[in-house]
Design a protein around this ligand. Structure first.
Ligand SMILES: [Zn+2]
Length: 432
């Protein structure tokens, strides 16, 4: 791209890294990557300091329910998780740097191009499979550590090594059976669409997401957990009367065997329209009394009644359109590939580069998404308080904070970036 023979002139020499050259852009990308890693590490370090500083005193509002022991356990659990996230940040950074800036993808690209004889769809699929496999292997030690060391140490883990291996194989099988054909279609479609391919990819992405939202609860989730109808007659009656009061009809009230893998408790809504169902973790039903279960459900209904799902989806649609537009521009520019260590452009390679670097670009936007999500949580809490027994939500939240060992004292800036739910103290203070 650049002549290596520099003519001898009397004019000033061009700078070593002229703007717009692949070298300048590689340098800028490296700076961006380091800034990303630095921000993640710094936020985590702040969080660790803050939680440590508040480890010895239970915040006032909570001292009636949460004992000093439970508070310290939550602090230690948070510290362990945050330290692991720091190691993960370093590993992520190393992986992105090795694959892109250091030329890992370039080597894979040449290997597959020579083996397959061209850079067609098969080449693209092989590239995706290679990167998928590398990411899987790179993430595995962290998953193992999280499950069998960290969660085990705090008595949350209920998974066995056999279960872990089974889950892993199911995930790989699903990627091969569902992910691979979809990817193959997407690559073919990109070729067929010409210049408007980025718009096509956006529509494809929307369609796949909608399809998964429909298929997941009915076909995929049952591969990993058992779902049985909620059959406690007393609880059922109470829940049905709450649903009637809130004018909500659900296709099913199900209990999921969350206890198979972990003792963390939760509840969620899934599916659309008449496939809509409400899922309680068995661990949640064990811990909460009927009033509290009603309050948790009313909170979930609040999300539905305030159209949070649609608002979030709308935002995602707009944002993904912007990113696909950026994708369309970047993937047509050879500089994009060269800057990230790849010499021969191809659409599949461009998609991989984009996907690898997307988290780096998205981190500064996280506070916006988190703030939106926290606003939705406040609205759902207000709805729950208006429709469930008096103060039941507060009691449920306190129990869940305690039993899930959630920290009550997060670092405010860390929370601003990462917390999809409001920090405990603010959340309880806002309850009517
Ligand atoms: Zn919520």
């Amino acid at each position: 791209l650049r002549s290596h023979v520099r003519p001898c002139t009397l004019m000033p020499q061009a700078p070593l890294w002229p703007i717009g050259s692949p070298h300048t852009l590689s340098f800028l990308a490296a700076v961006l990557l380091l800034a990303w890693a630095g921000l993640r590490l710094w936020l985590a370090a702040r969080h660790i300091r803050h939680v440590q500083a508040h480890r010895h005193r239970v915040p006032e509002h909570f001292s009636a329910v949460i004992t000093p022991d439970a508070h310290q356990r939550a602090a230690d659990y948070t510290l362990s998780k945050t330290r692991l996230s720091q190691t993960e940040a370093l590993a992520d950074t190393a992986l992105i740097a090795l694959l892109t800036l250091a030329g890992g993808l370039h080597i894979l690209d040449i290997f597959w191009a020579q083996l397959l004889g061209n850079r067609g769809t098969a080449h693209g699929m092989a590239l995706f499979a290679s990167v998928g496999l590398i990411s899987l292997i790179a993430g595995l030690p962290f998953d193992l550590y999280r499950t069998f060391v960290l969660e085990e140490k705090f008595h949350f883990n209920r998974s066995t090594p056999a279960q872990f291996v089974r889950d892993l194989f199911k995930q790989i099988l699903l990627s091969l059976l569902i992910g691979a054909p979809l990817l193959w279609l997407a690559l073919l479609w990109i070729d067929a669409l010409g210049d408007a391919w980025w718009l096509g990819i956006w529509l494809f992405w929307l369609a796949v997401n909608l399809l998964m939202a429909l298929l997941y609860p009915a076909f995929i989730a049952p591969l990993f957990n058992r779902f049985v109808p909620l059959n406690d007659p007393l609880l059922r009656t109470r829940i049905e009367s709450l649903l009637a009061r809130c004018q909500f009809s659900a296709a099913g009230l199900l209990v999921m065997d969350g206890s198979r893998r972990s003792s963390h408790a939760n509840a969620y809504f899934t599916g659309f329209g008449r496939f809509r169902r409400i899922v309680f973790f068995d661990t949640l039903l064990d811990k909460l009394d009927p009033d509290e279960i009603e309050a948790v459900l009313a909170h979930e209904l609040g999300h539905y009644k305030r159209h949070h799902l649609w608002k979030t989806l709308g935002l995602l649609c707009v944002l993904s359109l912007v990113f696909c537009l950026a994708l369309g521009t970047l993937l047509n520019s050879p500089l994009f590939y060269h800057a990230l260590g790849v010499s021969t452009p191809s659409k599949a390679m461009g998609l991989i580069l984009f996907a690898l670097w997307l988290p780096v670009v998205l981190l500064p936007l996280r506070p916006v998404f988190s703030a939106l999500s926290r606003r939705h949580e406040y609205e759902a809490d207000a709805y729950a308080c208006a429709n469930a027994p008096h103060r039941a939500l507060e009691r449920a939240l306190l129990k869940l904070y305690r039993d899930n060992a959630a920290t009550l004292t997060p670092d405010p800036l860390y929370s601003l970036f990462y917390d999809a739910h409001p920090p405990a103290a603010l959340r309880l203070a806002r309850l009517p």
